[in-house]
Design a protein. Structure first.
Length: 492
């Protein structure tokens, strides 16, 4: 019985696919097993908004048919792999809420490009994950479906905004997940839940079907237990899409092969300005341990200070809300989801729908963004932020003339107490300092587990120049080959 074969929870995607291919596991059993796990465990964590039993079992039957009819199975790199997807990624006929009341009954009529690619690769979407409303937040407390709890300690936040994907992967409720990252929403929850999360280069993965937050910053990326799985999923979802005008036409490397090179001689920069004030001692110590491993592996490691890095949070919290205020204008009570029925005029419908449908943080962002874009303040705020964005991007890219990759903590702190920062937006925003720079510059960045502090996971961030996913995953994988941090799992 599969129920007794919990070892499946710890194997890599490659192993799972192999077992499905060779008929050691039936896709329907695997799907049922994970759906039962969600039902048994998730009441404590609240990481899943929608469980998709019927459709996923139907898909699992199709996968079995493919296996039994011996089609060319190498065409399905994710054959039978159960995934949970962040609920701001559109799934055809499956409720997609962005964790907002305003979209609580919204069923897209189409799949996001990443979903089409996953399904074509043989994956099975078993559920949709909780998140901060419209991906705005760093603690997953801004969800209309209630907060997500950190599986390592149920009194702590899982990070955000992809807290649901991170907590569900950490609790082994699925084999892997997709999140979205506008200012750190894949990497920070990955760090706080002890898993791997990768934000790809802007333009590597199609945004078609991702519910927009900050369009010049948003990227979809994998959230997995280890770097190998991350590479497997990225290989499937990356690539040009003519439905996304910002999609890049580049050759997609075989990431799963590229991540096994030696890193001897690689030049690694430690970002000194991300180790200073406000970074917890336990985080510093853990990250330094990984740095020692890199030195042992023969990398050349030295410290660097990136000019203007301190401006990243201010730039982001003007540009992201500005883009959000424009993107969220479409939720007017006529086109999608929730609509206030008691209103008498069109204007009342818009006002009441948005008033009731959006949560506090989303309203705060719309207000900030509308203000920054208003004719009187545009030059002082939005335009200035764009100018400084250009300067900071140049400053970051300059570092890659000296270094192959850059390293920092993913988050200045480990998972914090639920409710401890919700009433202090500034403290919450400042928490994003380590992750935001990669979104500003559009470069790829990965977070991998690196030890524990106060019995909570710490994340190490590795950033590289545009389209250097192979390289940053290679560095992460080299650490994982000789460490055990990513193999630890929460006891729930
Ligand atoms: N925490 C950041 C914010 O609230 C980042 C969110 C994200 O990456 N989606 O905007």
């Amino acid at each position: 019985m599969l129920q007794e074969r919990d070892e499946i929870l710890e194997t890599t995607i490659k192993d799972v696919v192999n077992k499905v291919k060779t008929r050691q596991i039936k896709a329907t059993d695997l799907t049922t097993y994970f759906i039962e796990r969600i039902k048994n465990i998730d009441s404590k964590i609240n990481s899943v908004i929608t469980i998709e039993k019927e459709k996923s079992l139907k898909r699992a039957e199709e996968i079995e048919f493919i296996v039994n009819n011996n089609k060319d199975l190498d065409k399905f790199p994710l054959l039978g792999v159960p995934l949970i997807i962040k609920d701001n990624i559109s799934t055809k006929d499956i409720t997609t809420t962005a964790a907002s009341k305003i979209l609580s009954n919204y069923k897209p009529t189409f799949n996001a490009t990443v979903i089409t690619k996953l399904i074509d690769a043989g994956a099975i979407i078993i559920g949709k994950a909780n998140m901060d409303e419209f991906a705005m937040g760093s603690s997953n407390e801004n969800s209309a479906f209630g907060p997500v709890k950190n599986p390592w300690n149920l009194k702590k936040v899982p990070g955000g905004s992809s807290g649901g994907p991170a907590a569900s992967v950490a609790s082994r409720l699925c084999i892997g997940s997709l999140g979205s990252d506008t200012g750190g929403s894949i990497r920070q929850p990955a760090a706080l839940c002890g898993i791997v999360g990768l934000k790809p280069t802007y333009g590597l993965v199609s945004r078609f079907g991702l519910i927009a937050f900050g369009s010049s910053l948003d990227q979809i990326g994998p959230m997995t237990k280890n770097v190998e799985d991350c590479a497997e999923i990225l290989e499937v979802i990356a690539g040009y899409d003519n439905a996304d005008s910002t999609s890049s036409k580049i050759e997609i490397p075989k990431y799963s092969k590229e991540i096994n090179k030696e890193i001897k001689g690689m030049k690694i920069g430690i970002i000194e300005n991300l180790f200073g004030e406000g970074v917890e001692e336990g985080v510093n110590t853990s990250v330094n341990e990984s740095i020692s491993i890199l030195k042992d592996l023969g990398a050349t490691v030295s410290k660097t200070r990136i000019p203007l890095l301190e401006q990243a949070v201010s730039i982001y919290y003007l540009i992201a809300p500005s883009e959000a205020s424009s993107n969220l204008a479409r939720y007017d009570g006529f086109k999608y989801g929730f609509s206030n029925k008691s209103s008498k005029t069109i204007w009342e419908t818009i006002e009441f729908t948005r008033g009731e449908g959006f949560g506090d943080e989303v309203k705060r962002r719309i207000l900030i963004g509308t203000y920054a874009l208003s004719s009187g303040y545009y030059d002082a705020y939005y335009k200035k932020a764009q100018q400084v964005r250009t300067l900071l991007t140049e400053s970051i890219l300059n570092e890659f003339k000296k270094y192959d990759v850059l390293i920092s903590p993913t988050s200045p702190c480990v998972a914090f107490d639920l409710k401890s920062k919700v009433d202090n937006p500034l403290a919450m925003y400042l928490n994003d300092i380590c992750t935001i720079p990669a979104n500003i510059a559009g470069i790829p960045a990965i977070s991998i587990p690196c030890n524990f502090s106060d019995n909570l996971p710490v994340g190490l961030q590795i950033m590289g120049p545009h389209f250097s996913e192979s390289k940053i995953m290679n560095v992460g994988n080299s650490i994982q080959k000789i460490s055990n941090w990513h193999k630890q799992k929460p006891k729930i």
